[in-house]
Each structure stands twice: as C-alpha cells, then as structure tokens.
Design a protein around this ligand. Structure first.
Ligand code: PLP
Length: 387
C-alpha cells in the first residue's frame, strides 16, 4: 500500500532503534555494553510510584481535561516559579504525552510550510523530523568549530525573512553544552529584533555539573519570556521516561491552539501518570540531587576514560547525561562515525550512537546513564578495539 508523502519521509528515531538492537543482542545472550540509552538507569523514586498506586486505588482512571488536570498545571506553575522565578498561570500550560509530544504540538501550531527554524547542530534527533512534518525547514548552524555553542554572529547570518523560530537546548542532547546568560542575551536580542519565536528545550535543566549552571533564556526580560516556549517534562529529571508526561509553557493563545490539536489526537495524557507527576514536581526534590550527583561522578569517569583512548578528543559536558567525543583521529580507518560504531558493536560488543544521527560524522554519542562498572569495562573495550 502506498504510504503518504509526509510519513514516508519520517525516519525512525535512531536512538530508540539502537536501544532495541542492543536489547535484541542481549536477549541472544551477547554481553553487550550499551551507551545508547537516552534515559536515566535509575528507577522512578518510590514516593512517586506510590502516588500512582494511590491514584489507581482512588479510581483516577478516567479521562482528564485534555491539556492536563488543574492540579498538574498548578504543580507545573509552582515548579517553574521555584526553578525559574517566573510566574505562569494554568492557561499558559499544556501537558502532553512526553516532551517530544509537546514539541510536536508546538511545531504544528506555530509553523507553516516554508517557515524556517534555526537549529544549532549537532542536535537532538527529533528536531528536524518534527519541523519537517510541520512543513517547515530546519536551518542547521554548525557548532562543531565553536565548541558546540551557537554564537550570535552565526544566528545573524542565518536569519532570513522566513525565519520563524530558533531552538535552544541547554543542557544539550547530544553535546552536553550549557549556555550562560551573556550568550543567551545576545541571541534573545536578535529574536526580539527579528520577531523570532524561541523554543527553549529545558528537559535536562536539572542535570548540570560542577560550575555549569542552567540559565533560562525566558528569564532575560518579560519581552523575551513572551516569545519563549519552555519545553519540559518529568522524564529525565525524575527518571520517568516511561510515564510519558511532558509540558509546554508559553503564550496562552498558542497554548489554547495546541490544546485544540491535542483534543483531536491523543486527548489527555495518562491520568495515573499525571497524578504521579504532581507528586514528582511538588514533593521533596532530594532524589533529583542524588541522581544528579551520580551522573556527575560518571561524567568525570567517562571523560577520564575517553581521554585514555588515542585519537579521541572530548569536551567535558556541562550537563545532560551524554558525552559527544570527536573520533577525528580515526577517520583514516573509518569513513565516518557510522562505520566506527558498527565496528565497535561487532568487535567490542559496545553500542554507541553514531554522530551522523545528530548531524556530525566526526563524533559518537555515549550516554553515561549506566553503571560505573559498565563505563569502565565498556571504555576499556573501546580502547582495546581502537588501539
Ligand atoms: C533534547 C530532548 N528534548 C526532548 C526530549 C523528550 O523527552 P520525553 O519525550 O521523554 O519527555 C528528549 C528525549 O530524549 C531530548 O533528548
């Protein structure tokens, strides 16, 4: 049967495909060490799971309002006030089935065919497909030569009459880069001048390391906040990837239109997951700090181990749970990261994500959302295979 034009152009998420491949190899009894996972390896904290059990027992098993329960919207406003110092009302919030779904709703709501969206590259695998589904065009700005940071001059050069939006993802997947106030102020100024919408994907907000601090572009001024859409969710912060709760915060009129779109597609996100998310966002946050500290320790370990491997260079990530080392020193043997990743899987039984999936053939992505033992053994295997 003929597949529609829109859907036949959508690639499967390569990171989810790699995780499936690793799981299939493990099921065959192969001792694979996977660095592909885009999710915390920790379990959801007990008190959050208990909230879901309680919700089930209380019969919270029916449809909820399409855009999320009033309690969850209030909880999101509370958390955003605590973490950003910004005051939003429930009408500024739409809860969806994960941050990816929030971005999907936002893209379809604000983009028209022909619009351009500025995307710093390397970038998360889903940005370009979602922009394209909306009929718009991702305009990639290469940040490999600028230490993965987007500079205002580059933004200025990329702006055209068709520029509708820009994506800021800090901390970034896959690079781990974290933007500071000064860098974002200059970009925000350009967005004000050229009437550009800012999509601020803050999903890794809570995962920053050492002196890297999260700074939200929305906090620069009320004018900037008005044109910013914050994308967030509980997946990465509370180890709740499977629960599928994400949210978008921004201009009430756009949120209302996104609500209409969601009302004709998924309707509400899962009622029980919403109840658990209220507890995640409003209860004691110490579990978040425990996980962050563990990621920081693993980050230091993986950076040190990567630095032992000849031909590999790494910029230590300021946040997220990914490292994005350069494999340039091996490109005399391999045509690109794809070939090198295939070699590592075959020869060393180590799964890494090739950088091509994020816009670079010179890098691989390693998630350190895995145990210290796996990091030590996996990196030893990589070193041996590449030496
Ligand atoms: C940069 C970025 N944004 C958004 C998401 C969406 O996460 P979720 O749909 O699980 O909330 C992810 C997940 O990998 C991500 O890496």
């Amino acid at each position: 049967m003929k597949i529609s034009k829109i859907v036949s152009n959508i690639p499967d998420s390569p990171t989810l495909a790699l995780t499936a491949k690793v799981n299939a190899l493990k099921a065959q009894g192969k001792d694979v060490i996977g660095f592909g996972a885009g999710e915390p390896d920790f379990d959801t904290p007990e008190h959050i799971k208990q909230a879901a059990i309680d919700a089930l027992k209380k019969g919270k098993t029916k449809y909820t309002p399409v855009g999320g329960t009033p309690q969850l919207k209030e909880a999101i406003c509370f958390r955003t006030k605590e973490d950003y110092g910004l005051t939003f009302k429930p009408e500024n919030v739409l809860v969806s089935c994960g941050g990816k779904h929030s971005l999907f709703n936002l893209a379809l709501t604000i983009l028209d065919p022909g619009d351009e969206v500025i995307c710093p590259s390397p970038l998360w695998v889903s940005y370009a497909p979602i922009i394209e589904i909306a009929g718009a065009k991702p305009v990639f700005i290469d940040t490999i030569s600028t230490g993965f940071k987007l500079y205002p001059e580059q933004v200025k050069d990329a702006i055209t009459k068709k520029t509708k939006a820009i994506i800021i993802n800090s901390p970034s997947n896959p690079t781990g880069v974290v933007y500071g106030r000064k860098e974002l102020e200059e970009i925000a100024e350009l967005c004000l001048k050229h009437d550009i919408i800012i999509i601020s994907d803050d999903i890794y907000q809570k995962l920053t390391f050492e002196d890297a601090e999260f700074f939200s572009i929305a906090t620069i001024s009320p004018e900037v906040a008005k044109r910013t859409f914050i994308l967030h969710g509980v997946s990465k912060t509370y180890a709740m990837t499977g629960w599928r709760i994400g949210y978008c915060i921004g201009d009430a009129q756009v949120i209302k239109a996104m609500h209409s779109l969601q009302s004709q597609s998924t309707s509400n996100p899962t009622s029980i997951a919403q109840e658990a998310s209220v507890v995640a966002l409003t209860s004691d946050q110490s579990a978040v700090e425990i996980m962050r500290k563990a990621f920081e320790k693993r980050k230091n370990l993986i950076v040190a181990k990567l630095r032992e491997i000849p031909g590999i260079d790494v910029i230590p990530p300021g946040g997220s749970f990914y490292c994005f080392p350069s494999i340039k020193g091996h490109l005399d043997r391999f045509s690109g990261a794809h070939e090198l990743a295939g070699f590592l899987l075959d020869k060393a039984l180590v799964a890494v994500v090739p950088g091509e999936d994020f816009g670079s053939k010179e890098h691989i992505r390693l998630s350190f959302a895995t145990s210290e033992d796996n990091i030590i053994n996996g990196l030893d295997r990589i070193k041996q295979a590449l030496s």
